[in-house]
Design a protein around this ligand. Structure first.
Ligand code: 5GP
Length: 120
């Protein structure tokens, strides 16, 4: 699955530009975390890189290794800030249509706040 061309008008690009409102829970120079509009768990956050990252995990290259590591570390930090560390949580990165991906801007889901069901 080759990486698609980045669409500057995808929903997360518009959230980054504040053209679409979102409830941000964390941001720094590289990443923004906000609440998912249709939560699949009591706490459901999306963590995204700023800028124009690969559209999906399939588009990642060696050059992205550091960014992906920091993305995961940021998600772990935000999960802790949201009080999820004690009982645990799930990190999910969907890829393509069979993976259930609907927004073509690399992102990591943080799901928690209660017991989750099976992975799929
Ligand atoms: P995906 O299915 O691509 O892995 O995840 C995309 C997520 O973005 C979905 O969980 C969906 O609910 C969320 N989402 C879609 N549109 C919006 C929006 O306008 N605002 C926010 N906060 N989340 C959105």
């Amino acid at each position: 699955m080759p990486d698609a061309e980045y669409d500057r008008n995808n929903i997360f690009a518009r959230i980054l530009r504040n053209e679409i409102p979102s409830t941000r829970v964390y941001e720094d120079d590289e990443f923004v975390a906000f609440r998912d509009i249709a939560p699949a768990a009591p706490v459901h956050l999306i963590v995204i890189p700023r800028g124009e990252p690969p559209t999906s995990p399939a588009g990642l290259t060696e050059a992205d290794a550091g960014m992906v590591g920091r993305l995961v570390l940021t998600a772990v930090r935000v999960a802790a800030e949201q009080g999820l560390s004690e009982r645990g949580y799930r990190l999910v990165m969907n890829c393509g249509d069979h993976g259930g991906q609907s927004v073509a801007h690399l992102h990591l889901h943080v799901l928690g706040g209660g017991p989750l069901g099976p992975v799929a």
